[in-house]
Design a protein around this ligand. Sequence first.
Ligand SMILES: Cc1cc2nc3c(=O)[nH]c(=O)nc-3n(C[C@H](O)[C@H](O)[C@H](O)COP(=O)(O)OP(=O)(O)OC[C@H]3O[C@@H](n4cnc5c(N)ncnc54)[C@H](O)[C@@H]3O)c2cc1C
Ligand code: FES
Length: 358
Amino acid sequence: MSARLRPDSRRRTPLSPRHWVPEALFDFWAGGLHPLWTLRRPRARLVAREAASADAVTLILKPNRHFRGMAAGQHVNLGVEVDGRRLTRSYSPTRLADGTLAITVKAIDGGRVSQHLASGAPLGEVFELGQAFGGMTLPPQADQRLLLLAAGSGITPMRALLRQLDAAGMPAQVDLLYWARQREALCFVDELDAMAARHPRLRVHYLPTRDAQAPAPRVDAYAFDALGDLPSARVLVCGPGGFVDTARARLQSQVAALQVEAFSPPVLPDAETGLVQVELRRSGRTLALPRGTSLLQALEAEGLRPASGCRMGICNTCVCGKASGVTRHTLTGEYAAEPATQVKLCVNSASTDLILEL
Ligand SMILES: Cc1cc2nc3c(=O)[nH]c(=O)nc-3n(C[C@H](O)[C@H](O)[C@H](O)COP(=O)(O)OP(=O)(O)OC[C@H]3O[C@@H](n4cnc5c(N)ncnc54)[C@H](O)[C@@H]3O)c2cc1C
Ligand code: FES
């Protein structure tokens, strides 16, 4: 059979631009006509913004047709241009019924992307959007007791999970423990209260730790036993690194399963010091980089721009080959010495001289 008549070749569309135009060129010209037109890349347009709390806003994003969708509890990377520089950060959307994504962003003091999203970005701005990632989704066993622990912006994936449980009629006993500094910083209060009123199996505990009248106990002092039935519970934890670490230390041995995701890195008290030589084999450069700093940060400080996304070890965007040398995990402190392996640049620092496939 001639190649021209092969069945699969008949299914192709030989005039499709993806077969003859370089992607970047297509996106450049198509983007000039309409910013959401791309060959393959997901992008999203900012269509609405409203206050979600004293220091957070909810943005509604309309993705283009290349976004493949997401499960509740997953995250996406947003590529945003701030002061002429493309920066990427992760956010945890709730997918709304019309296919738009609601992301709630806490405006961090001095935060480049969160401040831009909270107030700088005009309606109509278009962002690069990554495909969804992350495994903090609901367990297959729908009726398993759940304990959801959130601090600050860690509430965002929990809200998406609770909406999924709400739609399914709340098949499990669920406690949401939601820490914030002040009451005014709590998001989604009306929505969560309404859900709890609909479902007696859902209990929502607001925990403002700096409340003037009744400051709530922090996670290190919280009386989890009073919630009941801990040994059968699956616990999902999301928030800043220190919060997540403390929750894990307190609950890991007492519950059926525990899953955590940190939105900001904890600081390892005994980070290593000094410089090591890091050879970047593909670019033919050798740099003196500090130990105790993530390879991603250290390379960025040298003016390099390795691909990155969540900066927390979750999305795999920054994975690169390591030919030799010892790295240290910046979240756990564990060392990895095996050669010819892969390393996530955002959550590993160089402990000895290294050779990277960069
Ligand atoms: C998987 C994942 C999902 C996330 N989902 C959300 C979300 O739904 N909503 C949301 O608001 N944020 C979320 N984040 C955090 C978000 O990605 C950014 O880190 C945050 O918006 C700050 O970015 P920035 O550019 O404003 O701050 P940067 O300019 O990067 O940092 C400024 C300063 O703020 C500190 N900082 C950075 N992030 C945080 C943080 N989260 N809390 C406290 N201090 C911080 C930095 O250490 C630095 O000192 C998520 C993070 C991850 C890893
Ligand atoms: S940037 Fe997401 S894993 Fe490193």
